[in-house]
Design a protein. Sequence first.
Lengths: 302, 640
Amino acid sequence: MATRTLTHLERLEAEAIHILREVVAEAERPVMLYSVGKDSAVMLHLARKAFYPSPPPFPLLHVDTTWKFQEMYKLRDRMARESGMELLVYHNPEAAERGINPFDHGALHTDMWKTEGLKQALDKWSFDAAFGGARRDEEKSRAKERIFSFRTASHGWDPKNQRPELWNLYNARKNKGESIRVFPISNWTELDVWQYIQLNDIPIVPLYFAALRPTVERDGMLLMVDDDRFPLLPGEVPVMRSIRFRTLGCYPLTGAVESEAGTLPQVIQETLLTTTSERQGRAIDKDAGGAGMEKKKQEGYF
Amino acid sequence: MTDGTTNEPVYVVDDLIAEDIDAYLDQHQHKTMLRFITCGSVDDGKSTLIGRLLYDSKMIFEDQLTSLEADSRKVGTQGQDIDFALLVDGLAAEREQGITIDVAYRFFNTEKRKFIVADCPGHEQYTRNMVTGASTADLAVILVDARKGVLVQTRRHSYLCHLIGIRNIVLAVNKMDLVEYSQAVFDTIVADYAEFARSIGIDSFTAMPISGFKGDNIIGPSANTPWYTGPNLIEHLETVEVNSAADGTRPFRLPVQWVNRPNLDFRGFSGLIATGSVKPGDAVRVLPSGKTSTVTRIVTLGGDLDQATAGQSVTVCFADEIDCSRGDVISIAENPPQVADQFEATVVWLNDQPLQVGRGYWLKLGTQMVSATVHAPKYTVNVNTMEHVAAKTLELNAIGVAELATDKPIVFEPYADSRTLGGFILIDKITNATAAAGMLHFSLRRAQNVHWQALDISREAHAALKNQKPAVLWFTGLSGSGKSTIANLVEKKLHRMNRHTFLLDGDNVRHGLNKDLGFTEADRIENIRRVGEVAKLMADAGLIVITAFISPFKAERELVRKMLPEGEFVEVFIDTPLSVAEERDVKGLYKKARSGDLKNFTGIDSPYEAPVNPEIRIDTTRITPEDAATLIVDTLLGDA
């Protein structure tokens, strides 16, 4: 029987599905972290493929900051309905009570809503394995992270003490209190994600496509005025610009790019021709020099 | 690009992206993928080469380039030039040390292929990282510094790549710019390497003269090496055959990961096809049971498939309701894989804690997870000289050949035929660390010929005749804690109550069954394993077995617990503090141990791992031996 060589996307898809199934077979309470971005969209699609015709046998968890773009909340609720999966939304009650927000609290906002919120949510529901959409091409410290990444009971990460991963054999056995973060699309690049979305017609947040939107320019970043919680500085007037987003996070922390790309191929084209790497639109990597993300991760940021 | 001044990206973004994005995407969609590793010594320029590949294929963005230029001036080793290595060396600690300490994965594309590069460190202590990186690679680039030639590390890396089954080896003679692009230097190194390669069984390799720093022969022929007519690096990487293509031509094997059962009308078996291909109508056999059926459907979210091949994740359905679950292997019916429980394997030790011969480890192979013990290695391989060396155990980074036994038969193929069904990991049962990686070579005949004899008189029948529930009362505690005293009293009481018992005492067993064993850690493990097996046989015969051994290691006690049916292993911890036991010193042993006349004595120079959750705990500082015996008997019979 003649066989053919699989394409790179076919191999990446098969690898991701294999990983999802291994975790479901071996973990007690898996969960998929769902941030509504394009990587999450791909992850959700892979999960539906991996277990079809069953619905994915785990819930979606959105660790919300209350500061996401409105269109993200809309798509989130729609995708949960369509996939037949349970959607868990978690808000860190302390952050809510103290009114922590990205305008007044800077790094503390990410720390409390996201880092602390994630830890609390995982503890609350006793999840022992959490799927995340991180990719090794995103950032230097991620290039060395394993696909199965173990966290201590206090959610710390020790980059010096990772388990070797050979072939496609994953050791999912945990010590008491440990949990695993699992990254099924570790080996995908940004281009792979875009192309997979295109080939599989996966719904994504419209903000990835260019449209006229109200914006202000601050510290070299183009921010979108997404709702009336956006405090305008004296003399600041939102300007309508044709913009889109390369990554999506909290709207006050996510920089837009000026763009005319209204279709997926145009977005991919622009992505390939651009000279600015993906995470630059987010403020988070810039702390602590080159090792910003590594430091965040040791503290428990996903 | 070869005049030594250009750091311009030569592999500029494809014009196609700007001109016709749809055509570009169509091209990208149909690319195949090659995974390769780079290995070399610390200064052979691995990171520089990878940095160069990323840079030339435009996988570096402007902001990264800006920080790269700044970093190059700050901590770089190339003066004012861009230090490509900084692109690749990631974690903070290693940036300070200036070395790569782990496996890092990098990605780049050309028009024909997508590449995943595993950057593997050259340090001796990191053999495990190299083996990890090599395990998923289709090809290895072995870097040699043209000024230094074939080094000990070169041999080691080549051996490891060959061991892990990489068939495509590239010998990249790097830093040619520093030897004036001398053909004589290149030829000498290639001849040296060829001789070595033959000696370890590498049939063929591709050698090329390059400069990662200057860019020679990376993406096109270099004017500096007119004498070299072979392929450049990228050209070679784009055309070499990938593993999954070869896997597709082998017999069909699908290790079952998960049974898909959304409702009573659907039952599918999900997994990644290891080798071969499958289509509806194929006759298949499920191993190890040997049951056969026919494939009716290959189900995916996008619709049923007519055929699926090696490397694809699928869900298949059968015509018949036969047993099949996680760990089973679905195979083409007429050519199934073997099933065995004893093997010879090459084992690479990956953990700080050395191999404990005879101790149980979890063995994961494909989707099968069983308990396995490793025998004393036949030999280890000195990876620098390839000599075989006698060894009693395997330590971190050691590579040895050993026999191993699993507690139940597993489905396997020799590693040379299937990485998926021949490659395994060993997991430490206590720490859960990945302790070792291994490659099965063949099964041992005795496993195939010694079958379980089905017995007509069952263990239940034995127990029923004696009118009792069998059990193993496993006493553990320090020497002089009172194990033997209390165990004796327990047996006397049970005997008076017409129970059928037998007491296995540590000292007595060592006069007979275990007189060939000493007191090293390995011998102590074997001592307990044998006692465990004997206790199990006696429990099968319906007896209440009482054992009194120090049994200092948690892992061995757990091993015995696993041998017995749930509830029959009763751990009795005779909890006497060391100071009290030493004070008693009934046999004068503590005195000897303290004076150094007795080695490996538990509590003194050998550890005692106290039980965490014993079924019974006896604090001998608060209770008399007589009361302790009563408590144990009551607990045992109360349970029964």
